[in-house]
Design a protein around this ligand. Structure first.
Ligand code: PLP
Length: 412
């Protein structure tokens, strides 16, 4: 069919094809098959050292235990009540925010972010996020006729740039009169950065100032919630301080925390102290479910609810997850030891699937690294290293390739 007879609408006509990360992964696999010793640090899933996908057997057991006549039935549009209550408890425990929260089920964190975008921004308006960010934010914004604006994420010293955030938010309120801020913490993709208490204090002050000027919502993208360092739960206290002043959202997902990417189970949690507003939030989010995917994978919702509400299963999930956290922590420790010795510039990295090494020449650095058989993902301002898919024993070679690539990048 010639281009002129395409019945696609103009904006759909020239969409980019395969995700570039999947394209890099395909090349890495092809070269490995041809006999090269390749290190593939591109993919966003936690792999065992032998290259197989890391999984939690108790999740498979729970999925297998659900009777077909339950899982084959449609899930409620917003998700099963038991699932939603369990998610809220997973996020807030028994703390004060739990009583102020409503939630809807979504296909992963992706669906949750989608619902935040379409319910907290008008068409044409921009969400605000960090200058390094997960690419699908832009795709979802574009696809729903919204936009993305960013603020410079780090100071020259490699700390979270709270002043840049405050200034960008202020500018956005001036122009737009409304804001949706998306922050991904802990273990930000792609940089690995986790906001600390001081960072959160700055964020809260900026959000408060903005909320005096118009409606403001904050969506915490909590995709890597269970892989953060010891201070990763500190954000809850800051949310408590903002409840009622700022729309508070948490994009929750089992993809990483239950090593269950394929079941597509997630939720968007929304907090408000006022019951009438909570009802409005629930209705608005359920409406978006009906208007997009209708309802979620019922087998996944039932299995995850069962795990979260059965103490014996929860304990086993915690133990199986602890093994995976240890696996990843070992890689992070080796990376930090070697990368600091090699003088690489990257943000504070205490854990998480990825880290980004800063370079303005990211495409050329990644190309040089590929010549050395090491695959990483170039992003604007750096190269992303997926330690989640890199065995600890391979990390020194990754750091060597990074150092070599930064010294003599090649044209991509
Ligand atoms: N947010 C970030 C930053 C991510 O990296 C991911 C997955 O890679 C997600 C959200 C959502 O993933 P899922 O839709 O599988 O839950």
């Amino acid at each position: 069919m010639s281009e002129t007879t395409s019945s696609l609408i103009p904006e759909a006509f020239d969409r980019p094809g395969d995700d570039p990360i999947f394209a890099l992964n395909a090349e890495a696999q092809e070269r490995a098959r041809a006999g090269e010793t390749i290190i593939n640090a591109t993919l966003g899933a936690l792999m065992e050292d032998d290259g197989s996908l890391a999984v939690m057997p108790v999740v498979a057991e729970a999925l297998a235990s659900i009777p077909i006549r339950r899982s084959a039935a449609y899930a409620p549009i917003a998700g099963d009540r038991e699932f939603l209550a369990a998610v809220v408890e997973d996020v807030f425990g028994k703390g004060s925010l739990a009583a102020q929260a409503v939630a809807v089920a979504t296909p992963g964190g992706t669906g949750a972010v989608h619902h935040a975008i379409v319910n907290f921004l008008e068409p044409g308006e921009a969400l605000l996020t960090t200058s390094f960010y997960w690419g699908p934010y832009r795709i979802m914004a574009d696809h729903t006729r919204r936009r993305v604006e960013t603020f410079s994420m780090f100071t020259a010293a490699g700390r979270f740039d709270g002043e840049a955030f405050a200034a960008a938010l202020d500018g956005l309120m001036e122009r737009q009169g409304r804001a949706l801020v998306i922050l991904n913490s802990p273990c930000h993709n792609p940089t690995g950065y986790s906001l600390d208490d001081e960072d959160w204090s700055g964020v809260v002050a900026a959000l408060r100032a903005a909320a005096d000027r118009g409606p403001v919502a904050l969506c915490l993208d909590h995709a890597y919630a269970k892989f953060g360092g010891p201070s990763a739960d500190g954000w809850v206290r800051h949310f408590e301080a903002l409840a009622g002043e700022v729309g508070l959202l948490v994009a929750w997902t089992v993809s990483k925390s239950f090593a269950q990417y394929g079941a597509r189970v997630g939720a968007l949690v929304a907090v408000h102290p006022d019951a009438t507003e909570r009802g409005r939030l629930e209705n608005a989010l359920s409406y978006s479910c009906r208007g997009t995917w209708s309802n979620c994978n019922h087998l996944g919702l039932l299995a995850i609810a069962k795990i979260l509400t059965t103490p014996e299963l929860s304990a086993r999930v915690d133990a199986q997850r602890a093994r995976l956290r240890t696996l990843l922590a070992g890689r992070v420790a080796v990376f930090n030891a070697h990368a600091s010795k090699a003088g690489l510039r990257y943000p504070r990295y205490e854990g998480g699937f990825f880290v980004t090494v800063f370079t303005e020449d990211s495409v050329a650095v990644a190309a040089r690294m590929r010549e050395d058989g090491v695959f990483v993902v170039p992003v604007s301002g750096g190269v992303r290293v997926a330690l989640c898919s890199t065995p600890a024993a391979d990390v020194p070679r990754v750091v060597e390739a990074l150092a070599a690539g930064l010294k003599s990048p090649v044209a991509g």
